[in-house]
Design a protein around this ligand. Structure first.
Ligand code: PMP
Length: 351
């Protein structure tokens, strides 16, 4: 390949997703999927569409889903944007709202898709270091910027930021958009959706992939005041982006109609997380306090990469990041109680 073509191809640094192994006999704790199935109401709603109706295009505006989300959160439908997974919603937010004449700010340890989108959309950014306890410090964001984005709880640390600090950030930059990526908020956090009617510069993004067990159908959404949602719709429509497909649309909408199932599944994951945290703490791990469906942990006497390998030999996959500052940590998804017990047993054998 000539240098020109090679440079063109290599100028992008694509996101590398967690491994999705093709074999079934593994305990898969590496990509923060939910270990429980979606609500039976979801599978019934999908089955109802999975027939002759597949001939028909889905509603290009996804109105059914926007209405379900708006009703669930006590908002208007013009405050809801939906997309194919929150990764797609994030992509639109980067283009519509975060590309400004000053650098975008986000924490130095965060969701690794953010730098990818900045590269792709040519957005200037600055990394703001987390403190020694992996916490976001609001004062550090007091500088000229084109916007702020962070996950809450943060990924891959699991650390939760309180709404008081989020308000501080919103008030610090009233003319910049603050995007709160709440992929994991349902596992113990308080959603910033409660603030959207008070702050015209707040966009909250959520996904159905984690707490609603629907990673396989790719649905995410954003909540904000109508002017922010309109900006997202304009970018989306300029791309002729695909609407949510028919099966995803009906399945996702149904997931907001089974609150009891949803709450029970989240509570179950929270209690399994606490069991895992106690067991690992007893084994000498330092576990970062987590409000997510995963934990982030390090062991002072064990090399994290070797631990990940030893788990893999026992058919358990966890996430290891070969990255400065976090290369001695493992990120472990909370599985079922049986998976959790197998993980604890494996650690006992290894350590
Ligand atoms: N935000 C964060 C912080 C995530 O960890 C993920 C999942 N990898 C996403 C967004 C994207 O999730 P999805 O596209 O499945 O909605």
């Amino acid at each position: 390949m000539s240098q020109f073509w090679s440079q063109l191809v290599h100028s992008l640094t694509p996101y590398v997703p967690g491994e999705q192994p093709k074999v079934d006999n593994l305990i898969k704790l590496n990509t923060n999927e939910n270990p429980y199935p979606p609500s039976p109401k979801v599978t019934a709603a999908i089955a109802e569409q999975n027939n002759d109706k597949l001939r028909l295009y889905p509603d290009p505006n996804s109105d059914l889903l926007k209405q379900a989300i708006a009703d669930y959160h006590g908002l208007q439908t013009n405050q809801v944007f939906v997309g194919n997974g929150s990764d797609e919603v994030l992509a639109h937010a980067f283009q519509a709202l975060l590309k400004q004449d000053a650098p975008l700010l986000y924490p130095d340890i965060t969701y690794s898709f953010y730098p990818v989108y900045c590269g792709l959309y040519d957005i200037d950014y600055e990394l703001i270091p987390l403190n020694d306890d992996f916490e976001i410090v609001a004062e550090d964001y007091q500088r000229d910027c084109g916007g702020i984005i962070f996950p809450n709880p943060n990924a891959p640390t699991g650390r939760l930021l309180g709404l008081d600090v989020i308000k501080q950030l919103l008030e610090m930059h009233p003319n910049r958009v603050v995007v709160v990526d709440e992929a994991y908020i349902d596992f113990g956090g308080e959603s910033a959706i409660a603030l959207v009617n008070d702050y015209g510069n707040l966009l909250v993004i959520q996904t159905l992939s984690k707490s609603r067990s629907l990673a396989g159908i790719r649905v995410g959404f954003a909540i904000g005041q109508a002017h922010l949602i309109e900006a997202l719709e304009r970018v989306k429509n300029s791309f002729n982006s695909y609407p949510i497909d028919r099966l995803a649309l009906y399945g996702a909408a149904a997931s907001f109609g089974d609150e009891e199932y949803f709450q029970n599944a989240c509570q179950k994951i929270i209690s399994t997380r606490e069991t895992l945290v106690s067991a690992m703490t007893e084994m000498g791990f330092k576990v970062i306090p987590s409000a997510a469906n995963f934990i982030f942990a390090t062991h002072p006497q064990q090399d994290a990469a070797e631990l990940a390998l030893a788990l893999r030999e026992r058919k358990i996959i966890v996430r290891y990041f070969n990255k400065e500052r976090i290369d001695q940590y493992l990120r472990i998804t909370i599985g079922t109680d049986a998976e959790n017990a197998a993980l604890i047993q494996a650690f006992k054998e290894i350590i």
